[in-house]
Ligand binder design. Structure first.
Ligand code: UT7
Length: 331
């Protein structure tokens, strides 16, 4: 019997309507469109507005679109995994909330927190359940409401992030496509450069932590940049070599959208021309767990069955990784 692999058989995304432009940001903090475009490559990002709305609501919208597009119903889903660093609440898992809001009742669900590498870790985890032959339909979600942890008085971080959600459906196949290989890595000592200081068990929320703005993202940009630029490229090149892939064999690099300079450096190290690199950072910024499925959704019409994709990400943790996917369908 031929080997079962996990195929991505559909993708959808949801981006909130509100557009926060560089122009508006430059009225909030001392920054400019020119600085943000040159140093990061972002023109605008989406912000989820509305009382009582959170990460699960964006994910639910994305999944609803996917159900409609693929004509599948909630009862068919076996497992839901949601990558997020901005869960609706500390517990229960946002994936549980998503299941409830969608009427997914024949499944189990959990969240994975791996910051900007969240979608990669989640896709790899989900693929094991498919390859084992145990499950037939898994929703792999990447969703973050980054605006809930961004300090809009801090010019070092507020231009970078946006809100959004993406989802892919994973199903078994034996046609040789799907997730072929991956490399995932962690270096927990990197956590000092990128984290949220309070709100966890070490430093629970208090008046003092709120006053000290410790519930927002803390990032030492240059230190993170240095690691991101080398690790994302290293792991992608390692994966290419392991699978005897030359640059001409690759149809697309699907990079996490954190900084255009990091994306460009990764593409160059892999020997790829710019037209083979998926980029939408200028429209949506860094949606953390959302960037990769949102990119796949944005470029879906250009993907063909058999295309070799390298998906790559680096993020807080530090976490990083790369996945080799042979695309499973023509749009
Ligand atoms: O996705 C998760 C992983 N995260 C990342 O991959 C982020 C990695 N890091 C980065 O992308 C970049 O380091 C940043 C975009 C965060 C910052 O860019 P940078 O080129 O590393 O700038 P910098 O922090 O070294 O700051 C350079 C200068 C500083 O001014 P001085 O000290 O040279 O006078 C900053 O104060 O730019 C200043 N600056 C700004 N100026 C205008 C910082 N932020 C801004 C701003 N507008 N928004």
């Amino acid at each position: 019997m031929s080997k079962i692999t996990a195929a991505i058989t559909g993708v959808e995304a949801y981006l909130p309507e509100y557009i926060l432009t560089n122009e508006e940001l430059s009225r909030m903090v001392d920054t400019s469109d020119e600085w943000i475009m040159t140093r990061i490559g972002i023109k605008e990002r989406r912000i989820q507005k509305g009382e009582g709305l959170g990460t699960s609501d964006m994910a639910v919208e994305a999944v609803k679109k996917l159900f409609k597009k693929l004509s599948i119903s909630p009862e068919e889903i076996d497992l839901v995994i949601c990558a997020t660093v901005t869960p609706d609440m500390q517990f229960p898992a946002t994936a549980n909330v998503i299941c409830d809001k969608l009427g997914i009742l024949n499944a189990f669900s959990f969240d994975i927190g791996a910051a900007c590498s969240g979608f990669i870790y989640t896709l790899v985890t989900a693929s094991q359940y498919i390859e084992s032959g145990r499950y037939k339909k898994i929703l792999v979600i990447g969703a973050d409401k980054m605006s809930s942890i961004v300090d809009y008085t801090d010019r070092n971080t507020c231009p970078i992030f946006g809100d959004g959600a993406g989802v892919v459906l994973l199903e078994p196949t034996t046609d040789g496509t799907g997730i072929i290989d991956y490399i995932c890595r962690v270096d927990g000592s990197g956590r000092k450069h990128l984290h949220q200081k309070a709100g966890g068990s070490v430093k629970p929320a208090s008046h003092e932590t709120v006053d000290a703005k410790e519930h927002f993202i803390y990032q030492e940009g240059q230190a993170v940049f240095k690691f991101a630029v080398s690790k994302m490229a290293d792991v992608s090149v390692e994966l290419m070599e392991k699978n005897h892939l030359r640059s001409e064999d690759i149809a697309w690099l699907v990079p996490h959208q954190a900084n255009l300079r990091i994306i460009d450096a990764t593409g160059k190290r892999m020997g790829l021309p710019p037209e083979k690199v998926m980029i939408n950072i200028e429209k949506y910024g860094n949606t953390t767990s959302g960037t990769i499925p949102i990119c796949l959704w944005d470029y879906e019409k250009r993907l063909k069955k058999g295309d070799n994709l390298i998906i790559a990400a680096f993020g807080g943790g530090f976490t990083w990784g790369s996945i080799y996917v042979k695309w499973s369908y023509d749009s």
